[in-house]
Design a protein around this ligand. Sequence first.
Ligand SMILES: Nc1nc2c(c(=O)[nH]1)N[C@H]1C(S)=C(S)[C@@H](COP(=O)(O)OP(=O)(O)OC[C@H]3O[C@@H](n4cnc5c(=O)[nH]c(N)nc54)[C@H](O)[C@@H]3O)O[C@H]1N2
Ligand SMILES: Nc1nc2c(c(=O)[nH]1)N[C@H]1C(S)=C(S)[C@@H](COP(=O)(O)OP(=O)(O)OC[C@H]3O[C@@H](n4cnc5c(=O)[nH]c(N)nc54)[C@H](O)[C@@H]3O)O[C@H]1N2
Ligand SMILES: [Mo]
Length: 802
Amino acid sequence: MRLVSTKRTVFRTCPLCEATCGLALELDLAADRAAGSNHAGTNGHADPGPHIAAVRGDPDDIFSRGFICPKGASLGELERDPDRVRRPLVKSGGDFREVSWEDAFARINDALVPIRQKHGKHALALYVGNPNVHNIDLALYNRALVKAAGTRNYFTASSVDQLPKHLAAALMYGDPLAVAVPDIDHSDLVVILGANPMVSNGSLWTAPNLPGRLRALKARGGRIIVVDPKRTRTADIADRHLPIRPGYDAHLLLSVIHVLFARGWVDPAHLAGELSGDVADVKALVRDFAPARIAPLCGLDSADIEDLAAAIAKAERAAIYGRLGTSAQRFGTVTSWLVDLLNLLTGNLDRQGGAMFPTTAHSPHRPGKPPGGRGFATGRWHSRIGNLPEVMGELPVAILADEIETPGDEQVRALITVGGNPVLSTPDAGRLDRALGSLEFMVSVDPYINETTRHADVILPPPPLFTHGHYDLVFYRFAVRDVANYSPALRPLVDGELREWHIMLRLSTILMGQGPKVPFEVADNFVINTVIQREIGDRYSPLAGRPASELLAALAPRIGAERIVDFLLRAGPYGDHFGANPDGITLDKLEEMPHGIDLGPLKPSLPRRLLTENGKIDIAPAAIVADLDRLRAEMTAQMAAESAAESATESAAEPATDTGAPTTGASTGTEDTLLLIGRRTLRSNNSWMHNVKKLVAGKPRCTVQMHPDDAGSRQLSDGDTAEVRSAAGAITLPVELTDAIRPGVVSIPHGWGHGVAGTRMNVAQAHAGANVNVLTPSDMDPLSGNAILNGITVTVSPYSDK
Ligand SMILES: Nc1nc2c(c(=O)[nH]1)N[C@H]1C(S)=C(S)[C@@H](COP(=O)(O)OP(=O)(O)OC[C@H]3O[C@@H](n4cnc5c(=O)[nH]c(N)nc54)[C@H](O)[C@@H]3O)O[C@H]1N2
Ligand SMILES: Nc1nc2c(c(=O)[nH]1)N[C@H]1C(S)=C(S)[C@@H](COP(=O)(O)OP(=O)(O)OC[C@H]3O[C@@H](n4cnc5c(=O)[nH]c(N)nc54)[C@H](O)[C@@H]3O)O[C@H]1N2
Ligand SMILES: [Mo]
């Protein structure tokens, strides 16, 4: 670690989204000193620096080649934010007061230990949010906290996001992390369902400058097809846009597969010998899904479905990709399975230019291991409320409020949130907000006093960005090239700052009953030893049988998260294997390569990486096939209801209203209901970057977008205030007219609703917006437990406050 001494440029991988762009940060020490002597912010502390004077894309970054987005460009403002929490806060008499770390942890120990003694370990819940996967401290030490807590009530942002994708992968390949990504740089066709990578920069598809990569695909004669109820920026650059009715992607894909069978276009090619389950069984499953029958449900023409099938079948190399709009909806797991199935049945899975499974420099290296593993199971435990199965060790966050509010043994009475804002990001948010207010004790590890953390009794702030190293442990797993890039810490901690791995270990030892004073080294040595033992105990590891003490000595003097990263890299496929492969990667070597190292394009990896019990791909997992019954039942009911409605009105000339499906079941839609979907905007990152002035400047972005026809029939004009109401609640916000959205559908972004009392986010307060999750009922995809955030039945009407 070097101290900053002059004005200089440093290179750092952006930690904000999944694209892992390289940033060139210009640091200015003089400005640091000036800021330090001039003013302290609302948090009572000056920005501790180094001061980021300018942020540019790093043109030499081996992966992003200079690309940057508005979020990355505002990293300086974000770090300097005077509202940020910089010292531990404890609530007393309703107000937060700064305390020392010792006092904060003592308070937590005194409160949590008795609650768990009296009511058991399940009385404490954990909620872990999105930034945990963008941060080595949290990503690597989460496990210690979860184990120490031992609670079944473990919740994460995954159950409002991508759990269906993991579950489908787990059931097909035995591995929830076997997420296939479009090999965009070599594809001839990419079909994008329910994702808007031109704005989101891609998700479970790490490809910095995705806009540029999509354009390059077109420039070499490739095609893009987008399936989305809205003509998004991604749809704008596509060759074809199919404005599907929300929630009908599964139907569409079943129908596409129907066409493939009908036309004799099914050919798993190189994977034909790796399948468990009969392709003929899939054919039987899609028998009822002829385009003529399915297209009206999807709000499309049957020719659209035929054309889509033909485009995929005819393309030399195609990749089908589905994201949030196909995941956080009522058939999330079924749809995620169908996306992979379609890649598989057209020979596009695991081959160049198709959908491929990334390998990373830090993933376990197991040469010589035959395909197969232990398989995958859900439901190792169930929730107290609703008896819902655990999936990947977690329960659906949609039941958190219920677990807090429903009296009984093992009722949730205390909560720890780590880098999450569930009051804005999870369903039935109004209820959750009230429920958090009723907790006996709450701790938040977070840099803001926001809508969620204002309920905390203790807030523990992360230290500034520059005090910790960054390596993208999570998103390189989904990257379209094999890359490695490490950004070291730039300065040591100053008094009053604590690394988050320390915070996690402190909380862990408190929960293990060892009190708040166990030396960090002791707990940390335990963690690294667990990691080392797991590796050397695997007979296929390049480190099998090596003495732990030798490896530990070679990692010195690193400690904490960086030590674990070094270990994972050195044990990985390109690692130095602690001397056995002397030219291999170590963290020291990466530190000398500020623009990263490119380890090449994606390579086929099946059947080697399959972890199913029989080492084959389960093409039609039983649990998913069973859920198709729900889809069929709903479809039958809906078709009956729609044909009844049609013959009742006899009016074929009114296509503008979409009866849709209600919150989950079959249609009860009436003339004036609309279907609500979500969106992201370039200058926003979920809920937590709205306190940066330059990101919220300009026209309000938290609007309800609607088609002019839908607005007109409701006497609404552009800019009017509307009330949007659902079974769960109501919000008011401005109307934004756009013909980009499908009639019958409205779109509202999430992460807004900052106008509540008791927060400390002055800029966000002034650009409050409304909390869309007040409208989302706590319904979920039954297989994964993922919340249904898209396709919510709402009414929209003019609002008057009289
Ligand atoms: N600028 C910015 N970037 C971000 C984020 C951010 O907040 N801002 N958040 C990050 C996070 S946490 C994530 S998970 C990713 C998400 O990245 P994406 O998956 O690209 O997510 P969205 O941009 O929300 O796109 C979802 C799309 O699904 C469409 N949709 C809604 N319902 C349906 C449906 O039923 N069927 C179909 N086919 N489409 C539907 C919506 O219209 C929308 O265009 O973005 C990440 N990147
Ligand atoms: N209606 C609707 N709801 C949605 C979505 C949608 O499309 N529509 N999208 C969903 C998706 S994909 C996601 S991922 C979730 C996100 O849900 P959450 O993860 O609950 O929400 P975020 O807004 O990402 O909250 C991030 C929190 O972490 C804090 N934070 C930021 N950096 C750090 C750090 O370095 N350390 C710590 N300890 N804390 C930090 C921030 O202050 C903030 O409180 O929202 C979901 N909710
Ligand atoms: Mo997300």
